[in-house]
Design a protein around this ligand. Structure first.
Ligand code: IPE
Ligand code: IPE
Ligand code: MG
Length: 247
């Protein structure tokens, strides 16, 4: 039986987030430079996006570049940025054809000008698409996102003071980059690392976590489907007892 047929369409995760990790190790294993791994990671991105769209996942967030990744050797950072631009350009038609809407989270203003420009154009071109929303996390750091939210709230308070008791979870979330995006139901991290690496700290509060040894350039839609099948076997309790969930 096809893996896809094992997926229960009635309990699909609405939002899947992925920490795409292991490009460097994949390349090293093949005796190549790290950037060779990043280039091959694009194939995994393409297949994962197609797989998610095919089964009807609504949101797919991909962690593509963290704020901390600026600390890598300049040569690697530059190569990643130009790979980003060339990928945006080469994938534009496919994204439009597949009804994918592109969104970003992270400090996009802190990216090189040409990257920001290309991204904004593609965001505009796909803004009316109604299929999968593909969210790219770029120059993203969850702590930055939270501190940034606090700064915005305080600045509004300074202009027009209000009752601080009005700030609850729902209000706070409106100041995050992910406003209007539901929290991830499932987080996948590849390459056998078991950490969050400053990704969506607020939003992952009740997310199901799935870790796989597969290195990102080898990840394909069947790996995504396996993660979803695993997710569908779990019981999400949100603090309640198992009995309460079943009745
Ligand atoms: C993930 O792969 C891609 C980015 C973080 C940009 P890595 O480049 O982190 O690969 P490893 O973890 O060193 O193998
Ligand atoms: C996390 O991977 C960031 C991205 C996938 C973009 P890293 O490879 O940067 O994470 P650490 O440094 O191993 O935690
Ligand atoms: Mg890594």
């Amino acid at each position: 039986m096809d893996l896809k047929e094992k997926i229960d369409k009635d309990i699909l995760p609405k939002h899947i987030a992925v920490i795409m990790d292991g490009n460097g190790r994949w390349a090293k294993k093949k005796g190549n430079q790290r950037i060779f791994g990043h280039k091959n990671g694009v194939k995994a991105v393409r297949d994962t996006v197609e797989g998610a769209a095919e089964i009807g996942v609504k949101f797919l967030t991909l962690y593509a570049f963290s704020t901390e990744n600026w600390s890598r050797p300049k040569q690697e950072v530059d190569a990643l940025m130009s790979l980003l631009v060339s990928t945006i350009n080469s994938e534009t038609d496919t994204l439009i054809k597949n009804n994918v809407r592109l969104l970003t989270i992270g400090d996009i203003n802190g990216l090189p000008k040409d990257v920001g420009k290309n991204l904004n154009e593609l965001i505009k071109k796909t803004s009316n698409n109604t299929g999968l929303s593909l969210v790219l996390a770029l120059n993203y750091s969850a702590r930055w996102e939270i501190v940034n939210a606090v700064q915005q709230i305080v600045s509004e308070f300074e202009k027009t003071p209000f009752n601080i008791k009005e700030i609850d979870n729902e209000v706070f979330e409106k100041y995050l980059n992910t406003k209007n995006i539901p929290d991830p139901d499932l987080l996948i991290r590849t390459s056998g690392e078991f950490r969050i690496s400053n990704f969506l700290i607020w939003q992952l509060a009740y997310t199901e976590l799935y870790f796989t040894e597969v290195l990102w350039p080898d990840f394909r839609r069947d790996d995504l489907f396996n993660a979803i099948i695993n997710y569908q076997k779990r019981e999400r309790r949100f603090g309640k007892t198992s009995e309460q969930i079943k009745h």
